[in-house]
Design a protein around this ligand. Structure first.
Ligand code: COA
Length: 183
């Protein structure tokens, strides 16, 4: 690689998350060793499919301006977030929590961790696109404080579904303190 990655391990302020049963999930920046785990989490979340396949994930894992955070619980991969660093923003490319671990606050935690990394790299916004039909995800983002943006018509190739642009300033995301289960 011509340039070193922008991120390094020290940018992750917390490496543990306490689940509702008081057990601990671990979080780290994903490496190529986590590629299969990222595919496996997607399969559990998307009816056996992985919208981001091996080639796409491998490419993202090796970009200087992208990173993934991945969570494990007793060795089981349970959640991840994929992020692409844009000029001024941290863009969430994918986020998923396997069904058995949903509603523990993991996705919220991962977004907060990714936002904290983005702030250290002088980004000011977090942005994403979400399928119009994905009510659970839209509810999560709105609860954290994301604002609806424009609708991108026929954005998704597989079924022509529209996407909703959403964004939040990283300072505002800092103010969301519902998830305190961090060490
Ligand atoms: C969307 C997703 C990532 C949320 O993960 P999670 O770890 O369960 O999220 P959190 O626990 O941080 O959720 C926080 C809040 O978001 C809302 N929320 C999350 N998932 C929801 C759902 N399925 N239905 C309704 N509200 C939901 C709730 O308000 C929740 O708070 P509560 O538990 O106090 O009610 C997860 O459901 C998932 O992996 N879905 C499949 C993949 C996907 O759609 N990814 C998003 C692509 S844009």
């Amino acid at each position: 690689m011509l340039f070193p990655p922008l991120i390094d391990k020290s940018m992750l302020s917390q490496t543990q998350f306490i689940l509702r049963n008081n057990e601990i999930a671990e979080v780290h920046f994903a490496t190529e060793a986590d590629l299969e785990a990222i595919i496996q989490i997607q399969r559990e979340c998307y009816d056996g499919q992985a919208p981001w396949g091996r080639i796409a994930v491998h490419s993202e894992l090796n970009k200087r301006t992208s990173f993934f955070l991945i969570c494990h619980h007793i060795g089981l991969p349970i959640a991840f977030i994929g992020v692409s660093l844009r000029h001024e923003s941290v863009h969430v490319t994918n986020i998923a929590t396997i069904p058995a671990y949903q509603k523990h606050g993991l996705a919220t935690f991962l977004m907060q961790m990714a936002a904290a990394v983005g702030k250290q790299l002088d980004r000011t916004m977090m942005t994403l696109e979400v399928r119009m039909s994905n009510e659970g995800a839209k509810r999560l983002y709105r609860k954290i404080g994301f604002q609806d943006g424009r609708i991108k018509r026929n954005y998704y190739h597989n079924n022509g579904e529209d996407a909703l642009d959403m964004s939040i300033s990283l300072d505002k995301l800092d103010e969301y303190h519902d998830v305190q289960q961090v060490k």
